[in-house]
Design a protein around this ligand. Structure first.
Ligand code: KMH
Ligand code: ZN
Length: 310
């Protein structure tokens, strides 16, 4: 029987969806982001997907200085691949959103493959009181946001970051995003092997059913042949089940408090590392090996940690 490919675990540490009221475990101070990222790497995450937050109140930050407060600490303490988000918050321009990646030239950064509704406003109903003033409006008003990622934006990111040799985590929230990416490859914006993150369960994107995962994978096979590697992110309660399914299908997995605050149905996770340890256990119990950071570098064709600017 052919050897099964190793599974890369990405952990997305804090993100821009959840707010401090929703979980005490969600890190927002730089020392907490660093500590949770290091613990997630020790638990088995080969890639750390990172956003920054305002240290004072946990608001979403795209200020490179807020990244500078944790990136060197993470690099010093782990060999994990650092992936910097270009998602920002839903209100920033694409130029603002790529400033951290441009500043720090990481091995990887995210790139969202289409414009869409991106809403988490239903979460607002669950909380009567909020830790910080900004949270309620931020969550409630997400039903008015359009997450803008036009073809011009995508080309702008690709061309601006091209000299940095950064591998993109192409975030695909629906099947049309795969076709957008194929088009972008046809006009020479991205080199194989590309890395796709299939995203399920965001309000505005495709739902978290296994049927949809099979459909996305089959479409990607048709569009990209052998030129792609892929991973799955299920939002909220779909996180672990879809990750387990993806690893059985030969894909990679993403967990982390950015996308789900849970460790089990109705139970909050105590840390990012707890989610990493759980998916690692599942992946290994089901007969796959987990990739080390250097194995992830090899699988994805990354430039190496020595070529980053932090
Ligand atoms: N939290 C994901 C669903 C980005 O950072 O560019 C979206 C995300 C976007 O990870
Ligand atoms: Zn993100």
């Amino acid at each position: 029987m052919a050897k099964r490919p190793k599974t890369i675990i990405t952990c997305a540490i804090t993100g821009a969806i959840h707010t401090p009221t929703m979980s005490d475990a969600l890190p927002y101070r730089p020392e907490d982001i660093a500590a949770q990222a290091v613990a997630a790497a020790e638990a088995g995450a080969a890639i750390l997907h990172l956003h920054a937050r305002r240290p004072t109140d946990g608001g979403v930050s795209i200020n490179p200085q807020d990244f500078a407060a944790f990136l060197p600490q993470i690099k010093q303490a782990t060999g994990a691949v650092v992936n910097i988000s270009t998602g920002g918050s839903l209100k920033n321009t694409i130029e603002e959103r790529i400033a951290p990646a441009l500043t720090f030239s990481p091995e990887m950064c995210s790139l969202n493959m289409g414009s869409m509704n991106f809403s988490f406003h239903p979460l607002a109903k669950r909380y009567d009181t909020w830790k910080f003033d900004w949270e309620k409006d931020y969550v409630e008003n997400s039903d008015t946001y359009i997450f803008r990622n036009t073809f011009a934006d995508i080309a702008n990111v690709a061309k601006t970051l091209a000299p940095h040799d950064i591998k993109f985590e192409h975030e695909c929230y629906d099947v049309g995003h795969l076709y957008n990416l194929r088009f972008c490859m046809d006009i020479g914006l991205f080199k194989a092997p590309i890395f796709l993150q299939f995203i399920f369960g965001i309000l505005g994107g495709i739902g978290p059913e296994v049927d949809n995962l099979v459909f996305m994978k089959r479409t990607a096979d048709r569009l990209f042949g052998d030129d792609y590697r892929w991973s799955v992110l299920g939002a909220g309660g779909a996180q672990m089940g879809l990750a387990a399914t993806a690893s059985q299908m030969g894909g990679h997995v993403r967990v982390g408090l950015e996308d789900s605050l849970l460790i089990a149905r109705g139970q909050l996770a105590t840390s990012n590392a707890q989610q990493v340890a759980k998916i690692r256990r599942i992946v290994e119990d089901l007969g796959c090996d987990v990739a080390t950071p250097d194995e992830a570098r090899e699988i994805l064709g990354l430039k190496g940690a020595d070529k980053t600017a932090f």
